[in-house]
Design a protein around this ligand. Structure first.
Ligand code: UDP
Ligand code: MG
Length: 139
């Protein structure tokens, strides 16, 4: 059965461009509830740990540099079928291929600097949420 929570980050480019409010408004309008949220910044080491699954990919170094280049907003979101519905809301990894109206289509700069993260499975949503939040920071 599909779980009801997912994890997201508003990435450094979108924070830098002043899109936090617009992106959160879209997320809330689409029925997601915020269970945890913080403005924080990853070190290159923490970014490397978060994206360890991509360790062998050619873009890994660039990804870690980018994800530690400025503050991000990390959040745990709740909704029925959260992982799948949120992935649909953010759109394809490459904003040029993302559907009209999706967050990446609206706010992303490029394939690398693509405005927002969304977990790709229920298991990863749990792991990623715990990476940023303690029990006392989830409501
Ligand atoms: N990325 C990149 N080049 C690529 C593929 C991915 O720079 O060719 C970056 C991009 O920021 C992406 C992140 O690495 O969001 C993680 O990649 P993944 O394939 O997991 O995409 P996502 O799940 O974020 O859509
Ligand atoms: Mg992914």
């Amino acid at each position: 059965m599909a779980g009801n929570t997912t994890f997201t980050m508003i990435k450094p480019d979108a924070v830098q461009n002043g899109y936090i409010g617009d992106i959160l408004a879209i997320i809330l309008k689409n029925g997601f509830k915020i269970r945890a949220m913080k403005l924080t910044r990853l070190t290159p080491e923490l970014a490397g740990k978060f994206y360890a699954i991509h360790r062998e990919r050619p873009f890994y170094g660039e990804l870690c540099t980018y994800m530690s280049s400025g503050p991000i907003v990390a959040a745990i979101l709740e909704k029925d079928n959260a992982v799948e519905d949120f992935r649909r809301l953010i759109g394809a990894t490459d904003p040029a291929k993302a559907e009209e109206g999706t967050i990446r289509r609206l706010f992303a700069r490029s394939l690398a600097e693509n405005a927002i993260h969304g977990s790709d499975s229920d298991d990863n949503a749990l792991v990623e949420g715990r990476f940023f939040f303690s029990e006392f920071e989830m409501y």
